[in-house]
Design a protein around this ligand. Structure first.
Ligand SMILES: [Zn+2]
Length: 101
């Protein structure tokens, strides 16, 4: 299927990814989520059933399959090795999920 983003020539292909959500003051990470991902711009589409299942997992009280390390971004500031890269304000597009705090 052709990408639905304006001016994008990519097509969606099936992939699996990691979904991150908030549950109160907790962060919930769900692995192996099936998605359609644009090969050019990275736009992600989910099937309605996938969204329903993510909501079930976001609210479940069952213990997680695994736990993951959680780092605070601000702890990495003093570890920056490349000042040259910091001098540029050119934005970089990366595959990531930023969810509101
Ligand atoms: Zn696209």
């Amino acid at each position: 299927m052709r990408c639905t983003s304006e001016d994008c020539s990519g097509t969606y292909e099936p992939r699996e990814g990691v979904h991150t959500a908030r549950r109160g003051d907790q962060i919930v990470v769900i692995n192996h989520v099936p998605a359609e991902v644009c090969t050019v711009c990275g736009d992600v589409l989910l099937m309605p059933e996938t969204v329903r299942r993510l909501e079930v997992l976001r609210h479940t009280t069952a213990p997680p399959a695994r736990t993951v390390p959680l780092y605070e971004f601000t702890d990495a500031v003093s570890a920056s090795a490349s000042r040259a890269a910091d001098a540029s304000d050119r934005r970089v597009r990366v595959a990531t999920a930023i969810i509101p705090s």
